[in-house]
Design a protein around this ligand. Sequence first.
Ligand code: HEM
Length: 397
Amino acid sequence: MTQALELPLQMRRDGFDPVKELARARDDEGVVRVMTPFGVLAYLVCRHEDVRRVLSDPVRFSSAPTPIPGAGDMDEEERAKMRAGILIGFDPPEHTRLRRMLTPEFTGRRMRRLEPRITEIVEAALDDMERAGKPADLVSHFALPVPSLVICELLGVPYADRAEFQERSARLLDASLTMEQQAAAQRDNRGYMAGLVARAQAEPGQDMLGMLVRDHGDDLGTDELIGIASLLLIAGHETTSNMLGLGTLALLRHPDQLAMIRADPALIEPAVEELLRWLSIVQSMPPRTTTTEVEVAGHTIPAGSLVICSPPAANRDHAFVDDPDALDITRETAGHVAFGHGVHHCLGAPLARMEMRIAFPALLRRFPGLAPAVPDEQVGFRTFSPVYGLHALPVTW
Ligand code: HEM
């Protein structure tokens, strides 16, 4: 690995394609050294085959967080409390224990029960956008509130709290906040989740927290329940909302693909998968730490190194699909890594898919003449954000 290929992890990205350096790193080296925002060097894995191999091997590539020297002043006890229930940062068997309890909450049957509520939430957001009049910001009227309200539904957030909950979850995503403000927003969110968990423990309802308390109340501690609720909000809100915003723009910029969906609504399923692959909004996966010396794409990586997988590079790999830079909703996309792969494969994928499969067609039905209200160069991309997307999308119809 050459010194010249040392890149920052958070590279500027504009438009739909992964940055050129990333594509080059995938095609030339396969693995490239990157500098994380914490000032620690990591190895970025770029090829589709290697990404899947790393993600399917939690023994050699551990998801347990490595303490970052000098970051924060938390003691061991507080760190354990803040980590509890955040299954994304555990390895088997602890991960398996938590995941087993949560998986039944995301089955097709549970999702079908949510479907009518998701449809109502989507239609209400569209009413709101229509009332606002054109031009309206699709992100604030549609892409942000829909996933936030779906998570309210999932977690059983009382109706009276929902406006405040939405503000709080939007604040968690506010890129203009300082590190201190972000930490304060996270503490505030955790405080709210603690109240929600206490309510579920006192009087378990039919929502996910109620079910977890009823079925696993003896096994799951309060901190774990708070961690689960916080993780679901963080993992489910920013991702789905950015897919809705950026996905809409992608379709508007590809009228041929949009016309196909309008003509045949069944195409929404492959279209959602192709948008997931083509946009790959999760810029880099949560880091893994090597538990032993490993070899990836012919490079030797020492034990104790940070390894990060790149979905945008992997999903546009020529070795995975033909003509990878073309958006083609009719192509076969099985095996894309937009939701990850292996034991940590996105738990909320069935929910995210359902939200998108309901939301995009409803939007297109409601506004047959939907179009961006600003020229291409004025669209504000979240250029450095770990979850890529749009700050705003002014639209007309
Ligand atoms: C894990 C992407 C929506 C909950 C993941 C991972 C990815 C991902 C890449 C793997 C992380 C890793 O391997 O370390 C996405 C995308 C979404 C989305 C692109 C939307 C389009 C959701 C939703 C929820 C959710 C709606 C729940 C409400 C989770 C959870 C995990 C996870 C709990 C951790 C699973 C585990 O560690 O076993 N997601 N996600 N996600 N996602 Fe999602």
